[in-house]
Design a protein around this ligand. Structure first.
Ligand SMILES: *Cc1c(COP(=O)(O)O)cnc(C)c1O
Length: 380
């Protein structure tokens, strides 16, 4: 295991400023934490909203000296997400920057076990590193617990994603985490699709949770941001420190404005996920009965549904082109419902069927959503 020697522009304490542990929230439910996390202290006349701090530097002799290693807006966002996941959060410039930070924990030439059907950017970055000889990847079927466990032998990192994007496969997180740890591997889980409202992998023993904050957490399709969350034990604090040193030295930092938008969006996460998940359950039921739909992939929870179109990729493209309310675009997790045939993207792993449309269910009226989608499916 390695990281850069500590020649950061600030001391190591400066690289890990005020974790904002928000301990008073312990025992409160996620729906409460998401609203009250990172709140400004109760000072008469002080602001209730978190300030958006635009600065590159600070008056000397404080905790943080330069804004590449810390920003109060990051701190408020990190305190809220950390409280939700039950650990210490570190914000990054994008979800992929957070993935990159976790991969920096793998020693040069190390072995990574990852789902063959992981998010295409994750497969892309793993392959990119493998070609450069930086690491070896063992791709697995993440639903085959025995096969994944066997592949962990001699691995440095077990990368999990559950549910997967876009196949919506669900991994047995507690069992796989035990297997990873037994083999001496670090275990990371991309929790973007589930969100901490529905799944908290640190509770299953996972070492690092990764988020594309761009999706549900920020929730309004207006920002790119990422985050890692580690647990709260001594080893986890050391991991957080290494991730923060990586962020500072690689400059993988989020902008304060993006972070502020993400925090503002995250305040309604519980409401949005609850609404979108209820609508997804309703739509999954209707979709199963539509003749144009060959297969519905829906884990029984969450707000993502994937469908395979009986008429093949051309028919799937017709559906995507025919909706008015559903937005034909890549990405997911916003307030607006979105759909996309994933194999349109050249980077998409071939594990994704050509006729698969990924549906990201938003918070619009469920009946309006079904009317629009069923009308488009009738044209398939
Ligand atoms: C979008 C996504 C990412 C990458 O996040 P960006 O914010 O786009 O960099 C990683 N994992 C999953 C599951 C995603 O959907």
């Amino acid at each position: 295991m390695h990281d850069e020697p500590d020649h950061s522009p600030t001391s190591s304490t400066d690289a890990a400023p005020r974790h904002g542990s928000d301990q008073w929230l312990d025992g409160l439910s996620p729906a409460t934490r998401v609203v009250a996390g990172g709140r400004e202290p109760r000072v008469p006349g002080g602001s209730v909203g978190s300030p958006l701090v635009h600065t590159s530097t600070y008056h000397a002799d404080g905790d943080v000296v330069y804004a590449r290693s810390g920003n109060p807006t990051w701190t408020a966002f990190e305190a809220t997400l950390g409280s939700l996941e039950g650990g210490l959060a570190t914000a990054f410039a994008s979800g992929l920057a957070a993935v990159d930070a976790v991969l920096s924990l793998v020693p040069l030439g190390g072995v990574v076990v990852a789902p063959a059907s992981a998010y295409n950017g994750v497969v892309g970055t793993l392959d990119h590193r493998a070609v450069r000889g930086e690491l070896t990847v063992r791709y697995v079927d993440v639903t085959d617990t025995a096969a994944v466990s066997a592949a962990c032998e001699g691995a440095d990192l077990l990368w999990l994603e559950s549910p997967t994007n876009p196949l919506l496969e669900v991994a047995d997180l507690p069992a796989l985490t035990r297997s990873g740890h037994r083999a001496g591997a670090l275990v990371a889980c991309d929790n973007t699709f589930a969100t901490p409202i529905l799944q908290r992998p640190l509770e299953d023993g996972v070492d690092v949770v990764v988020h594309s904050v761009t999706k549900y957490l920020a929730g309004h399709s207006d920002v790119i941001l990422g985050a890692c969350v580690t647990g709260t034990g001594d080893t986890a604090a050391d991991l957080t420190e290494r991730l923060r040193v990586h962020r500072t030295l690689r400059g993988a930092i989020p902008g304060p404005a993006e972070t502020w938008l993400a925090l503002r969006g995250m305040r309604t996460l519980a409401l949005r996920v609850e609404r979108a998940a209820a609508t997804a359950a309703f739509l999954a039921g209707r979709l199963r009965d539509h003749p144009a739909v060959e297969r519905v992939r829906y884990p029984g929870w969450g707000a993502m549904v994937s469908i395979e179109i009986a008429g093949g990729p051309e028919a799937a493209d017709r559906v995507c082109g025919a909706t008015d309310l559903w937005v034909h675009s890549t990405s997911l997790g916003g307030v607006e419902s979105q759909l996309e045939r994933r194999r349109r993207i050249p980077l998409e792993p071939t594990t994704t069927p050509e006729n698969l449309i990924r549906l990201s269910v938003g918070i619009e009226d469920p009946v309006d959503l079904w009317s629009d989608l069923s009308r488009a499916l009738d044209l398939a």
